[in-house]
Design a protein around this ligand. Structure first.
Ligand SMILES: Cc1ncc(COP(=O)(O)O)c(C=O)c1O
Length: 483
């Protein structure tokens, strides 16, 4: 590349920056540092979008250049006006918390823009090592695995391997009308529904098995369903156990389910996109007993391993199962060595170096710090549950949280319709901006559904949920208000 004397690229090069690269980087670093400082503590409100941002967002495609420093400042304004899951009082859905070293890892990985489709030398080795480390952390005997964009793609990947195992050749022939079934609990994440739709299995073939009083799949009902299907000539493709449901954090009894799968010779996939990191900590390890007997599992480092999106991992016991489902021989992709290309075991072709941020995070913090952070989130869930249980104006579920989702309901005296009240309250809480929560429908009832997966959250932040909900809820419940 032609370079000017000060080391900057020649100005005739298209797409060159209008300022020195180091200055641009320093400017971006200042924005990042300010963001990190602002995430250390909650902020008292979400500011409204400023006027400049509103104007910018209405602009057409710019034909000519704008100075890079000006544009970076605009990006900072836009980010400041966005819902950042990294903030300590973001409790909606299952957030990711933008661990600092992960941000740095993404910058480094994207700078080199390695493609992990085919052998990328050191980066490929790092991906394999990071796969081994995740497997070791949660106690799964992985023969292979890969980084994915998240639980959705990990679940499709595990189920594609299961389909090919159950019906060898089906990736080529299709299912050709053969009756098949996949089993999961009624609380399964809808990414599994989408996976069976995409794989041609069909969501009508997804058997939703009843749950017990703790909202966990009933292994006896699963056993009966598979036996009935087998007797009717239906081919069971896989059972999906959930290791931490999205709705309430229930962990299916993996050991009992593994027994059923072994008896019927069916593939067991554990969707641990959210909850599987809890298998690494002493207080929850027993809940995941049987994981070591599963055939595949999903785990999202961008959920409870605190990394920025997108960073999912799919693990399989038997490497051949992935190759059987995904490998291709293309003229432009020769297999020069006996080593497999990543693309032979994954769905995506162009794949960023997602593994780097997890590899860096494990090295910089050590696994012990991750376990401590997870235990802290579990203690926060417990704290909210106990405080809400003791309060007269809140309701909790009968059993304490299994993981870190804690559904609560505000039920002050005089509220005639708790569903309408909690629905309105969730909206008020989001509009208010001091804490960020979402509501969820549990057995037809509207609940507030905080989830603790952020390493920045403190006890003060946890208790703010009750304070804010109580204050806004009392206003809503006043005579004359809608609920
Ligand atoms: C249990 C479970 N599985 C799968 C997913 C999908 O993960 P992703 O959003 O990373 O695709 C989620 C997302 O919340 C989940 O909770």
């Amino acid at each position: 590349m032609a370079a000017s004397p000060d080391g900057e690229p020649a100005p005739e090069r298209p797409l060159h920056l209008d300022a020195a690269r180091e200055e641009v980087l320093e400017h971006a670093a200042r924005i990042v540092a300010a963001a990190w400082r602002s995430f250390d503590r909650f902020r008292p409100e979400e500011p409204p979008l400023d006027e400049r941002v509103r104007r910018l967002l209405a602009e057409a495609l710019p034909e000519s250049a704008t100075p890079v420093h000006e544009v970076l400042d605009d990006a900072a304004r836009i980010l400041d006006g966005s819902i950042a899951q990294a903030r300590p009082r973001y409790f909606a859905f299952i957030g990711s918390s933008g661990l600092e070293i992960g941000t740095v890892g993404d910058l480094l990985a994207h700078t080199y823009d390695v493609n992990l489709a085919v052998d990328a030398r050191a980066a490929t080795q790092v991906e394999r090592q990071a796969v081994r480390w995740v497997a070791e952390l949660v106690g799964f005997p992985a023969g292979a695995g890969a980084f994915t964009s998240g639980g959705t793609v990990s679940n499709v990947t595990g189920l594609a391997a299961a389909r090919e195992r159950a019906l060898p050749g089906s990736r080529h022939e299709g299912l050709a009308g053969r009756p098949v079934a996949v089993y999961c609990s009624t609380e399964v994440h809808y990414s599994v529904t989408r996976a069976v739709e995409l794989l041609g299995i069909g969501s009508d073939r997804l058997r939703a098995i009843d749950t017990d009083g703790l909202r966990r799949m009933r292994a006896d009902a699963l056993d009966e369903a598979i036996a009935a299907d087998r007797a009717a000539g239906v081919v069971p493709i896989a059972v999906v156990a959930t290791g931490g449901t999205t709705l309430t954090g229930a962990v299916d009894p993996i050991g009992a389910i593994a027994d059923v799968c072994a008896r019927h010779g069916v593939w067991l996939h554990v969707d641990g996109a959210y909850g599987l990191p809890a298998a690494a900590v002493a207080s929850r390890r027993a809940m995941f007993e049987g994981l070591e007997r599963a055939d595949s599992c999903s785990i999202d480092a961008h959920k409870w391993l605190y990394l920025p999106k997108a960073c999912g991992v799919v693990l399989v016991r038997d490497a051949d199962a992935l190759t059987a489902a995904f490998a291709h021989e293309q003229g432009y992709l020769p297999h020069q060595r006996h080593e497999l290309h990543a693309v032979d075991i994954t769905l995506e072709y162009s794949r960023p170096f997602r593994a780097l941020k997890l590899w860096l995070a494990f090295r910089v913090h050590g696994a012990a710090a991750f376990k401590a952070a997870i235990e802290r989130n579990l203690a926060e869930a417990d704290l909210l549950y106990r405080r809400a249980q003791a309060a007269e104006d809140f309701e909790v579920m009968e059993a304490p949280p299994q993981l870190s989702v804690v559904p609560i309901r505000h039920v002050p005296p005089g509220v005639r319709d708790p569903d309408a009240h909690n629905r309105a309250l969730a909206e008020q809480i989001q509009a208010d901006g001091r804490v960020y929560l979402a509501s969820a429908l549990i057995d037809g009832e509207v609940w507030l559904r905080p989830c603790f997966v952020n390493f920045r959250t403190t006890e003060e932040d946890v208790l703010a949920i009750l304070e804010v909900a109580r204050e806004l809820g009392a206003q809503l419940a006043r005579p004359g208000s809608a609920a």
